[in-house]
Ligand binder design. Sequence first.
Ligand SMILES: Nc1ncnc2c1ncn2[C@@H]1O[C@H](COP(=O)(O)OP(=O)(O)OP(=O)(O)O)[C@@H](O)[C@H]1O
Ligand SMILES: [Mg+2]
Length: 343
Amino acid sequence: MSEELRFTTDAGLINRLGRELVGRQETALIELVKNSYDADAQNVTVTLERHALVIEDDGSGMTREELIAGFLRLASTLKVSEPRSRLFSRQRAGRKGIGRFSTQRLGEVLRLQTWTNDADPGIELVVDWQKFESGRDLDEVPVYLGAEPPRKRGTIIRIEGLRDDWSDAQIRRCWRGLLALQQPFPVVPVERRPNADPGFKVSFLRDGGLFDDPSLVADFQTEILSHHHALIEFRVDDDGMAEWRISQNSFGPDRGWAKIHHELRDATEPPNYSVLRDVAMKAHYFILAPDLLPNLAYSRVRDTLRAEGGIRLYRNGFRVIRKRCFRATLRRGVIASDDGLYG
Ligand SMILES: Nc1ncnc2c1ncn2[C@@H]1O[C@H](COP(=O)(O)OP(=O)(O)OP(=O)(O)O)[C@@H](O)[C@H]1O
Ligand SMILES: [Mg+2]
């Protein structure tokens, strides 16, 4: 005769998952931003307020059903059966089904608001992690679900009662931990490929308090682009007149806008282009040498150049991909963006 029994779950498990599995506070925050990546977000803003941490994304959000069957179900394996994201086919970073407990690791209360459509109402989930005490059964501890007025699609995770202090250095480390998921010049869709991944951009801000705007702590500009050795810009105006300039030059004087002699080098007044109009280019020029970059920035800049170096072409706000001809012009050491390259 054997007796049939069940495993039961002590509510203290949540504490184990949050604090012991997730570990460091930086790892915990990175997990939450990875969830935004997996949800096809293009922009994530992490704001460190005085008493709260807020992670806001413009991803796909969660329906009530997804929240209940996914977020509120331990070790749910949706991402194992669906390893690619729905909209941009991203290789999802999540697998284990525990990243959400980072919110427990980071603070005492989770307030998650999520909207799946721009015009529809959203939902809010409030979890008080302090109620998950050892000795209670996990499924006895209530969490609360409410309605939220319509807003644009996305998810806002607000963590209150923070367990740690956050220095700027720690915030920067988090940003760097997310570098591999980011592209330097996102937000520009690719021509004729509406589902092409427009990129993922993470900014970390620190809220200055009641009267001050939040200040930027880490983003692509502060962590990568600001280490360039020069900024080189070109532009062609409405009449085909071409100019260039160099600024933020680490090795010599800057040079203001000067006309480009593209045809007859000895002509006194450079001729205008006959067909080229209204084009601009901005190139961040890097010299990849350990003695010319701050110690900590070197490998980060090197990896970024490896993955993203070269010149990108944009037309009417869309990225144009011309594999062959532009491969040939790739130069290690330059990251170029559109910044208004409209041909
Ligand atoms: N920002 C978000 N936007 C949309 N859905 C989210 C977001 N954050 C979490 N989710 C949902 O909650 C689920 C739980 O996330 P969690 O991080 O715990 O697990 P995972 O990402 O599947 O695996 P891993 O533990 O490896 O990160 C996700 O599968 C996703 O469906
Ligand atoms: Mg995850």
